[in-house]
Design a protein around this ligand. Structure first.
Ligand code: BG6
Length: 493
């Protein structure tokens, strides 16, 4: 970690900064992970004084103990705020002046710019930062947040605008799923365990499902969401990142470029998504009438065809995966909160068994991080009856004093260290947009394609189970199996 670092949070009065960036910076500070004498500068258009700014910073940080409350007071002493425009030299000159003041006496000037900003101002801000606030010595890094464009064309445009001012080495594109504990575990589970490694291919795996479910709708965020939809919001980025880690070949090392080279290689082996392998849905009023439909939000156009749910099947044309469907599912306003990966193995050879359920390896990303394997075993007793059981690694039970870092804490720390492993590289982004863009344009352009309705709080459109079954996924429900942790509250474990 570089001493003498200033972290500038641009968009400091916005939602992302309040809910994620500042709490993560505070989390790092509290655990002594920030560089010594770091300074944090908030920058935004909103005119407010120092006190008002700190009030906002504090509003999303929980202080359950006196000690944490005191830590927060100390943390606030490192924070300052300055308001300014996003497209004016004078404003950025003011920011520069402010930084020079707080950097007085330092040996170096290392500056990290965190852009918690709407996409419309990405480009002007990145240009102004380079022109007016680029450090004369030390390092400069810029952290940017999705959306990185809306399709291949707009993503390349954004890239072209950043290019003359910032090198790839200075750019950190956040996909916060790459900071999640279980996502970071994928490469370890795969490559650190011979029995997974040996069966990790089309000869043994029948299908892979990656599921993202949220129990709330887009209330209050409808304006943003309607422009993007669930596919751009979480599938082209978060779920595809998970898929890439599941499917890539073994990297030569854990260095950032070795990992990202393999990720790009697998993405390049994937044809663009075919509309026939996709279903889309939009939520309607809940069955009991208490939760509103997507279009009842005032910020959403009445004729909106925006998908709030989608399921799609992707294929990888290489020796390891040819023919294995990767089924992605994502939806808002569903029956539960859950993100998981489910690897379903093929049927065992028939003969001695009749209809014995398949093995499944499940990685529960959230909530209640766990890895479990569904497997068949003999039911104890005198008969030879089989039963589905599990090998279960539930983090909260296995690791005492478990403290799972927030995704943003882990990523901001990586950016401070200059480690790009968990950030998205330019060619990776390009390859992912190439795969999604034909589908997105097809859905945008064909007015007759309307999403299927599903009630708020349901499992999604009624055709979902038939859709997944048609790609070979076999529900084990007939055996009556349910993972025992499903019903237990995390804090009861
Ligand atoms: C964001 C999406 O990137 O990820 C949101 O824009 C979504 O729509 C969120 O709710 C999910 O993140 P998490 O960490 O809560 O699973």
């Amino acid at each position: 970690l570089k001493e003498d670092t200033v972290v500038v949070v641009l968009g400091a009065s916005g939602d992302l900064a309040k809910k994620k960036t500042f709490p993560a910076l505070f989390g790092l500070y509290r655990n002594s992970y920030l560089p010594k004498d770091v300074k944090i500068v908030g920058y935004a258009r909103t005119k407010m004084d120092h006190e008002e700014f700190l009030k906002r910073v504090k509003s999303y940080i929980k202080t359950p103990t006196k000690e944490i409350e005191q830590n927060l007071e100390q943390f606030c002493k490192m924070c300052t705020y300055i308001s300014g425009q996003y497209d004016k030299d004078e404003s950025f000159n003011e920011l520069e002046k402010h930084m020079q003041e707080i950097e007085k006496g330092q040996k170096e000037t290392n500056r990290i710019f965190y852009m918690a900003l709407p996409p419309s101002v990405f480009i002007p801000v990145s240009e102004h930062l380079k022109r007016c606030c680029y450090p004369k010595s030390g390092i400069a890094r810029i952290i940017i947040e999705k959306p990185f464009g809306k399709d291949l064309g707009s993503s390349r445009e954004l890239d072209r605008a950043l290019r003359p001012n910032w090198t790839e080495d200075e750019i950190f594109r956040i996909d916060h799923y790459l900071g999640k504990e279980m996502v970071k575990n994928i490469l370890i589970l795969r490559f650190g365990n011979e029995f997974f490694g040996a069966t990790w291919n089309r000869n043994h795996i029948d299908n892979v499902q990656i599921t993202f479910k949220e129990p709330f709708g887009t209330e209050g965020r409808g304006g943003y969401f309607d422009e993007f939809g669930i596919i751009r919001d979480v599938m082209q980025n978060h779920l595809l990142q998970v898929l890439t880690l599941l499917a890539m070949e073994r990297p030569i090392s854990f260095s950032a470029e070795d990992i990202r080279d393999e990720k790009v290689r697998v993405l390049r082996g994937m044809p663009s998504i075919e509309p026939k392998n996709v279903i889309i849905g939009q939520y309607e009023k809940s069955l009991d009438g208490t939760n509103p439909g997507y279009k009842e939000d005032d910020t959403v156009p009445k004729e909106s065809r925006c998908p709030t749910f989608a399921s799609m099947v992707l294929y990888i044309k290489n020796e390891r995966w040819d023919g294995v469907p990767f089924i992605l599912k994502a939806g808002k306003a569903l029956n539960e909160q859950k993100t998981e990966v489910r690897i379903q193995y093929k049927d065992v050879t028939s003969g001695i068994f009749k209809d014995i359920p398949r093995n499944e390896l499940v990685m529960r990303v959230q909530p209640n991080e766990s890895v479990y394997i569904k497997m068949n075993s003999k039911l104890p007793g005198l008969s030879m009856q089989t039963v589905v059981t599990e090998l279960d690694l539930t983090y909260r039970r296995r690791f005492s004093d478990l403290k799972i870092p927030e995704a943003y804490e882990s990523l901001i720390l990586d950016a401070l260290k200059g480690d790009h492993s968990n950030f998205v590289r330019d060619d990776e982004l390009d390859a992912s947009w190439r795969m999604f863009t034909p589908l997105l344009h097809y859905l945008d352009d064909n007015k007759e394609i309307v999403p299927m309705g599903y009630p708020y709080g349901s499992r999604g459109p009624a055709v979902l189970d038939d859709f997944t079954a048609s790609y070979g996924y076999k529900f084990a429900d007939a055996s009556g199996y349910q993972w025992p942790q499903t019903q237990i509250e995390p804090n009861k474990l």
